[in-house]
Design a protein around this ligand. Structure first.
Ligand code: AHN
Ligand code: ZN
Length: 338
């Protein structure tokens, strides 16, 4: 029988070609799978923070009008926050307290707390204030200084980010327990036009109360994160001074995470000022280290931006890109806690 050598050779080459092809593919797969699994950390899937959703939660608060304690809008917004947390399956505690303001007004206040994984002993605390300021005392126009402000950024932004996180925690729980606290009566501090004597500790009345009487006896958490003015266009979150002194490891973790996610322009690796805010009372009364993520604008008169404690603090200053940077960063930190 005459052998057809050219045909055999062609078939042989085809078999070799197919074989080496699939062999290449197999090698590539094995290389990926064998990429030293012992040193690759088990990666967690962090649910995707939705900035449109957070923006909607900011707007829904602002739509109530100024959330000044002892007003109908404040009452209605508090009820809204309780309902949202319940809707997201949090265990809700409402702390009611009569708090005394700088001018002796009795404020009917509510701290609103939503707990996720309530039985887990490993916990972190996320907080923001939900009231808005009764005055626009940084307004140039003196006639407008005694009117309350909408506080879209100063108040509603932090709560909006945390409501979006609550929505995501219902869908996919983090490993650790999380307590969200909406502090009341943060922004009823002594106004710049006040003629009487200076009084200390007039800001942060809700967190001062919670620090004295936590919602759970002996409450503890690894650390806390406070969000204040986290929705402004072009915001910059420098490392706040008190946080840096009392929670340096957590500051580093949060700022490093922001860099890694590409939000370095929002989170400069530089020191800002030291700010009187809820995190101070959380730390001083419970010793839970607490990091304040707060807008610092070095070029503005107040340091907080030109909108601060003026009627400019409305939805026009809110930018989804800022809510997104903060939301993604805090989600990444929380979901990586073991
Ligand atoms: C003072 O005004 C001293 N501290 C800023 C705390 C604050 C007010 N955060 C928001 N509004
Ligand atoms: Zn304020």
């Amino acid at each position: 029988m005459k052998r057809n050598y050219p045909l055999l050779a062609a078939m042989l080459m085809l078999v070799i070609a197919i074989g080496s092809c699939s062999n290449n593919r197999k090698q590539a797969t094995e290389a990926d799978e064998n990429a030293r699994p012992d040193v690759v950390p088990a990666s967690v899937v962090v649910p995707a923070f939705n900035a449109d959703s957070a923006y909607r939660y900011v707007k829904e608060q602002v739509d109530f009008g100024p959330r000044v304690p002892n007003t109908a809008a404040h009452r209605a917004c508090g009820d809204y926050l309780i309902n949202k947390l319940r809707q997201f399956s949090a265990q809700v505690h409402v702390q009611e307290a009569d708090l005394v303001a700088y001018d002796n007004t009795i404020l009917k206040a509510r701290n609103i707390i939503g707990s996720f994984n309530p039985d887990n002993r490993r916990r972190i605390l996320l907080c923001a204030h939900w009231d808005s300021r009764p005055y626009a005392d940084e307004e140039r126009n003196k006639k407008k200084q005694k009117e309350p402000i909408l506080g879209a950024n100063d108040g509603a932004s932090g709560v909006g980010v945390l409501l979006e996180m609550a929505r995501l925690m219902q869908q996919q729980a983090p490993t650790i327990g999380v307590d969200i606290i909406f502090f009341d009566a943060e922004d009823y501090g002594i106004p710049s036009f006040h003629k009487g004597a200076y009084k200390a500790d007039t800001w942060c009345l809700g967190s001062q109360y919670w620090g004295r009487v936590p919602h759970v006896q002996g409450y503890n958490a690894r650390y806390g994160i406070l969000l204040d003015m986290v929705g402004g266009r072009g915001a910059t979150f420098y490392r706040e001074g008190f946080s840096q002194r009392t929670a340096p490891e957590q500051v580093k973790k949060i700022w490093d995470t922001a860099q890694r996610l590409g939000f370095g322009s929002f989170f400069p690796q530089a020191d800002g000022m030291e700010v009187t805010d809820d995190h101070i009372y959380v730390y001083e009364r419970t010793r839970i280290p607490c990091v304040d993520i707060i807008n610092y604008q070095p070029d503005s008169d107040s340091g907080f931006g030109d909108f601060w404690h003026t009627h400019q603090d409305n939805m026009d200053v809110i930018d989804r890109a800022t809510l997104n940077a903060v939301g993604r960063t805090v989600m990444e930190v929380v979901y990586n806690e073991k």
